[in-house]
Design a protein around this ligand. Structure first.
Ligand SMILES: *Cc1c(COP(=O)(O)O)cnc(C)c1O
Length: 369
């Protein structure tokens, strides 16, 4: 007798698996560095560590269902109301809630490509259709093309600001002009996972934009504790949105999704913000050193505003990432597009610059120039 397989949605088959940054390979005599996942290289601050440890005494209890203490701390931090906030299991969790709250099957989510690889995945998992708009040659979002892609089925537009993996962000002027032209029933979600690393004054702070354009209820901001705040493993992120949107987002949350230790750590991290932002400044100074070094070697790389740099290597992507691997560095390779390298420890950045130089020299030898 033929046996039938359990029914699964056909779309599930077509969903690409999320490719996480790999841990580095061990190479004898070299310290290895993981610079493939845009993680924060600094150890947890003692104050945050302590908050996590004391929260562990209560892991037998469910956490607050709606992390109101964290929402209050965030409301205070950003001069908004708790009604504007939704907290979730990482900003990817919150993004998933946005798609669930806005899209029926077949509705469309517009995003740039290449961009954050979770976008097409969470869109498809939730039954919506991903409309991927190619980046411009300067690695920025093609906002006019994204506007032109709007259809009666468009429900959500994701703007990755600055873009992962290229590091380029839209300017204040470009973004305002874009927002003006998007119909008010379509939510524009600015994914600001790396906003704390932005140093270019032409790039707006989305929360300021949100507060200023508060009458437009279709602007929402996505933020995370995973990068600048160094809490990637605890899975906590949040959205700032109009009350009507934020309350819909909260309804889509996994009950008790944000754990007690995650809530405690996030509240403690907000209290330690000055110390954490000093670390962010050290990372952006290293970013400048790495970008300057790469350009001196002859590389073309955008002025990344994230905690990473982008090399569009085309069909050299694989050989470049293999060279990094052989020097105990794990970087993030994207097919035949390029390589994203996280700004890490100073020694990791030094090693990366050395590998980049070696690669440039080997290409010159090969091309006989
Ligand atoms: C890292 C990253 C996030 C953060 O994801 P979390 O789920 O909060 O850890 C969100 N958006 C982008 C573009 C990212 O690169």
């Amino acid at each position: 007798m033929n046996r039938a397989s359990p029914y699964l949605r056909p779309t599930i088959d077509a969903i690409p698996a999320y490719i996480a940054g790999k841990p580095p390979q061990q190479v004898s005599s070299l310290t290895s560095y993981k610079i493939s996942s845009n993680e924060n290289p600094y150890e947890t601050l003692p104050e945050i560590h302590e908050a996590i440890v004391s929260s562990l005494r209560e892991v037998n209890r469910y956490p607050q269902m709606d992390p109101i203490a964290l929402r209050e701390a965030l409301a205070h931090r950003f001069s908004i109301s708790t009604e504007n906030l939704a907290v979730g299991t990482g900003s990817v969790g919150v993004l998933q809630q946005f798609i669930q709250a806005t899209c029926e099957a077949g509705d469309e989510v517009i995003h740039a490509w290449r961009s954050f690889e979770a976008y097409p995945i969470v869109t498809a998992v939730n039954g919506a259709t991903s409309i991927a708009i190619p980046l411009r040659v300067d690695e920025s979002h093609d906002l006019p093309a994204m506007l032109a892609a709007i259809t009666p089925k468009t429900r959500l537009i994701l703007v990755c600001q600055p873009n992962n993996p290229t590091g380029v962000a839209a300017t204040n002027e470009e973004l305002r002009d874009f927002i003006e032209q998007v119909p008010e029933e379509i939510t524009i979600l600015l994914d600001e996972a790396y906003i704390e690393f932005v140093t270019d004054p032409a790039i707006p702070d989305g929360v300021e934009l949100f507060r200023e354009l508060v009458d437009r209820e279709n602007i929402a901001i996505l933020r995370t504790f995973s990068k600048a705040y160094g809490l990637a493993s605890l899975r906590v992120g949040f959205a700032i949105a109009a009350p009507i949107v934020a309350s819909a987002i909260r309804k889509c949350a996994v009950p008790f999704g944000v754990s007690g230790p995650a809530q405690a750590a996030a509240i403690a991290a907000l209290a330690c913000e000055p110390q954490l932002m000093k670390r962010v400044s050290a990372i952006t100074a290293e970013r400048k050193r790495v970008i300057d070094g790469l350009r001196l070697q002859g590389w073309k790389t955008p002025d990344s505003q994230g905690n990473f740099v982008w090399l569009r290597l085309g069909n050299e992507t694989k050989s470049f990432s293999e060279l990094c691997t052989s020097y105990a560095l794990s970087v993030r390779a994207y097919g035949d597009d390029g390589v994203r390298v996280t700004i890490g420890e100073v020694a990791a950045n030094d090693r990366f610059l050395d590998v980049a130089r070696e690669f440039q020299e080997s290409v010159r030898v090969r091309e006989g120039s």
